[in-house]
Structures are given as C-alpha cells and as structure tokens.
Design a protein around this ligand. Structure first.
Ligand SMILES: Cc1ncc(COP(=O)(O)O)c(C=O)c1O
Length: 399
C-alpha cells in the first residue's frame, strides 16, 4: 500500500484517559510507581509504557513524537523545545570530539552558526560543500567523518538535496545522513528515502500557528533510545524538552497539516508563475526551470505540491526593503522572519535569517543582498494577493 503521511496520522488511536478525543495534557514533572522495582526498571529503560520524569518522556510529548514518527515513516521520534534543540541534540549524540561533519553550505543561518562557530570549540570540524554536487560531497569525506548534514529544501536558496544519492554515499562510508525536513513536511519523507535521522523545526509548517517554538527528531528506536539514555543521552542530559502544553497544541495542528500543505503549495505555485510572467528573477522548486525540480519530483508525494517557499531577487537590499515595507502596508502579509504561518511572511534573508552567514559566503552560495524570501500563506483568493504584490512591485519601481 502506498505510504500516505496524512493517513498515517489519521489512523493513530490517541485518546485521553476518560475517552477524551484529544489526549489529556500531562501536567506533571514526575510520576508515581506502585512498586519500587518498576521504578528501577524504568531507569534502566526496561519497563515499557512507564513514565519517570518529564525531561525524559511525558505522555503528551510521546503522542506528538508518535505522530511525527507516523508522518515520517520512522520507527520512533522525540520532541524538543525548538528546532535548534532538535538539530544540536541529534548532532551531539552522533559526534564526539575529533569527529568531522560534511554540511550543505546553504542551510538555515542558526544551523550554519552552530556548525561553523560553536562545534569547533569541542574539536568537531565541519566542511561545507554545495550539497547538490555529489562529487564534492564524496571528495570531502575523511576517515573521521560521522555525519552528512543537509536540508531537503535548503534555507534560503531552495536548493534540493538528492536524499537517495546522499544516503547511498553515507551508507558506503558508515556515515549518518541527518536531514532537516522543516520546509517539506509530508511532501518528502527523508527516512523512507534512506536518511538515518530527520530533524524538524515544528515552529514552522508542522504547527503552522506561529504561537510557539518546538522541534522533533525522528529515527530508529535505538537512536531515540540512545538520546534519552539516563547515563549518556544528549536529550536526557542537556534537557531540551518541549513543554507538554505546547505539544498538545501542535499535535492537534498536525491533523490539518495535509490540507495546509496543499494550499501553501497551490498559492506558492500561483505566485511563482506570476513573478515569472512579470520578469522577476525567482527561485521556486515547482518551476521546471528550477535546478532541483526533477530531483524533487523524484522524491516527493505529488499530492502535497512543491511547498510554500519562494525567493525573489531584487538585486539590492534597498529595493528589497522598499518592496517589503510597501507589501506590509498593502496587507500582503507581514515583514517577519520564520515560515509556515497561515499568513504570508517575507524577509530579506541576507539581513535576517542568514545574517549569521558572513557576506562573502552569502555571495558564494548565490545569496543576493536583494533576495526576498516568501513563506506563502493560506490565502483563499491568491489572485487578490498577487494584485497587491504587483501594486507594491510597481510602486517601488521593481517592475
Ligand atoms: C530550516 C530550519 N531549520 C531549523 C530552524 C530552527 O528552528 P527553531 O527556530 O524552531 O529553533 C529554522 C528556523 O528558522 C529553519 O528555517
């Protein structure tokens, strides 16, 4: 039977202790045991279904983690207090001092800063490559390489990583392929394409309400077990746990994710086509001219479309600022960082979410100072939105 992430979520039987259709929220840091031995067994990871302490596991987080695993087709999941919590925890679990990571160059600025500035403090080195150049990836492998790290659709350049090809390279060298799938939930299921670990910022599309930050790690049961091991687990010992109140809200929002992804993708494709017709330089993986179009088509579940992210290039930062200010006045959406919200958000990546990336590297990755990244919202009448964007483009001399 064909894998369908939305049906996998729908089929979860998760209800509360009184038959509540939404699981009850666990409002406890600790849990009682009727027998001392069961507590000891739980500490050693030997008692199924028992909860010990909420930094380790709590039922609300378990429901959300199970829903993430169902969506990804992974054996297990664990949820974190932010996307960065997921990325850093997963990488620090796999890598020791002296290890080496190969990473895509065009990734979220925070992830770039962690890899470039923070990990070297612990003697973990990183080589950044163009992740779409598989020869460059292979050439960067060293005897101590432990991880290839990438984003399925990269932030902000919207490059597409060839996950099956990267998985083949990883497997040939006993390297773990860790993929951030934040931009493409449901559209791509990296674990099913060979990735070993998938990380998410749930802050974005998965939650979709912009009311909290959260993250998730999906992988094998063994890997998730290692993360929460009381003696050595990075998640257990660094403690990036998600608040159960929040996980309860995110879980409910996951049940509408499939509808939202379709609408984000539909609206983004519409705007992308209009930008092309207006002669604006644009990146959208749904356009046949996009370099990663065929790669994404090969990997994606077509019913969810090509995603809600587009990037246009207005050449100068000044032009980008003028357009964004005008679009905010015209109610296109908000000049704000982040993505996956029901309203359209736009920002100049080079001056915001990629500002951690030094300017010379921004140019190397092809990030123009005039790039405006759009996270296209759920607008019911996208042509009406396009009219507002076009009016803003004209008023600021961009067309
Ligand atoms: C692709 C990607 N991964 C991870 C993150 C970090 O997530 P969070 O802000 O939830 O820590 C972001 C944030 O913008 C992102 O765009």
């Amino acid at each position: 039977m064909k894998f369908d992430p939305a049906s996998s979520i729908q089929d979860l039987r998760q209800f509360g202790e009184y038959g509540d259709v939404n699981p009850s929220i666990t409002d406890s840091a600790t849990y009682t045991f009727m027998q001392a031995k069961t507590m000891a067994d739980t500490f050693h990871g030997e008692a199924e279904g028992c909860f010990l302490y909420s930094r380790h596991w709590n039922p609300s987080n378990k429901y959300l983690a199970d829903a993430m695993a169902a969506m990804e087709g992974s054996e297990a999941g664990w949820v974190t207090g932010s996307g960065m919590g997921a990325i850093t925890t997963a990488l620090l679990q796999i890598c020791q001092a002296g290890d080496h990571i190969i990473s895509g160059l065009t990734i979220y600025g925070g992830s770039f800063a962690f890899l470039q500035n923070w990990l070297p403090r612990f003697n973990i080195s990183v080589t950044f490559v163009n992740i779409t150049d598989l020869d460059a990836v292979k050439a960067a492998i060293r005897p101590n390489t432990k991880v290839i790290y990438t984003e399925t659709m990269t932030n902000p350049m919207l490059q597409i990583s060839d996950i099956p090809a990267l998985a083949a390279i990883s497997n040939a060298h006993q390297i773990k392929l860790v993929v951030d799938n934040t931009f493409t939930p449901m559209i791509v299921a990296p674990i099913r394409l060979g990735a070993h670990v998938v990380v998410y910022s749930l802050t974005k599309f998965v939650n979709g309400k912009n009311d909290c930050v959260a993250g998730a790690i999906c992988g094998t049961r063994d890997f998730i077990g290692e993360l929460i091991d009381v003696n050595n687990g990075t998640a257990m010992l660094l403690g990036p746990v998600l608040d159960p109140m929040r996980s309860s809200g995110i879980l409910k929002n996951m049940h509408t994710l499939h509808i939202r992804m379709k609408q984000h993708s539909h609206n983004a494709m519409y705007l992308a086509t209009k930008f092309v017709e207006s002669g604006i330089s644009i990146q959208y993986p749904g356009l046949p001219a996009h370099k990663g179009h065929e790669t994404l088509k090969k990997m994606m579940d077509q019913q969810f479309g090509f995603g809600g992210m587009i990037a246009i290039d207005l050449c100068t930062a000044d032009q980008a600022s003028k357009l964004m200010e005008k679009m905010e006045i015209e109610d296109v959406g908000y000049l704000a960082v982040s993505l996956g919200y029901f309203k359209t958000l736009f920002s100049n990546s080079g001056k915001s979410t990629s500002s951690e990336v030094p300017e010379e590297i921004q140019r190397e990755m092809g990030l123009s100072e005039g790039m405006v990244r759009f996270s296209v919202g759920l607008d019911n009448d996208i042509d009406r939105t396009w009219e507002k964007i076009y009016k803003s483009l004209k008023a600021t001399g961009c067309v």
